[in-house]
Ligand binder design. Structure first.
Ligand SMILES: [Zn+2]
Length: 177
């Protein structure tokens, strides 16, 4: 199934360093294949483009960014990816990052972004999420800041760096590094 989206196609011609190809995985999920690099010139267009495209394709519950053919991503690109995450969250859509390479994984981890995302290595994993409970918001046990949690697991508070563990039932406890 092809995306019915003219804005998407038009904007996609603008960057030489990044090509984005979108298609439906199934009737609830869109995949965007990123091809090239995310740099200071195209990162803003990248997030604007994806957000517009998702808006134009109603009924979507999952968005998968396929990083298989993305060779490099500067910190601004990772930052723009968190912007997409925020927008998707507001729309009740879960964002998944598929197949990040080692370098890009490092960039996301250094910035503290990695644990914010659903990282998948198989498209079918998007349906492993407990949609009724996650994503959710919890308060950090140490600094009380509100944290958005996508799935059960161990992560660091973005504010105070406290390690926290959230289980399948949204119970939260302090963890150790
Ligand atoms: Zn905290």
């Amino acid at each position: 199934m092809k995306l019915n989206n003219d804005i998407f196609k038009a904007n996609n011609e603008r960057s030489n360093d990044l090509k984005i190809n979108g298609y439906y995985y199934d009737d609830k999920a869109i995949v965007y294949e990123l091809n090239g690099i995310l740099d200071g010139y195209n990162s803003q267009d990248y997030s604007t483009l994806i957000e517009k495209s998702v808006n134009e394709n109603k009924g979507i519950k999952h968005v998968i960014l396929d990083f298989s053919n993305l060779t490099y991503c500067i910190s601004v690109g990772a930052g723009n990816t968190t912007h997409i995450l925020k927008k998707m969250g507001e729309a009740g859509i879960t964002l998944h990052l598929y197949n990040l390479n080692v370098k890009i994984t490092e960039v996301f981890k250094l910035l503290g972004f990695y644990s914010m995302f659903s990282i998948i290595f198989d498209f079918q994993e998007i349906y492993n999420f407990k949609e009724s409970l996650f994503p959710t918001t919890v308060n950090c046990l140490r600094c009380d800041i509100k944290l958005r949690i996508l799935k059960p697991g161990t992560f660091k508070c973005s504010s105070c760096q406290q390690v926290l563990i959230v289980d399948d039932n949204k119970n939260i406890e302090l963890g150790e590094i």
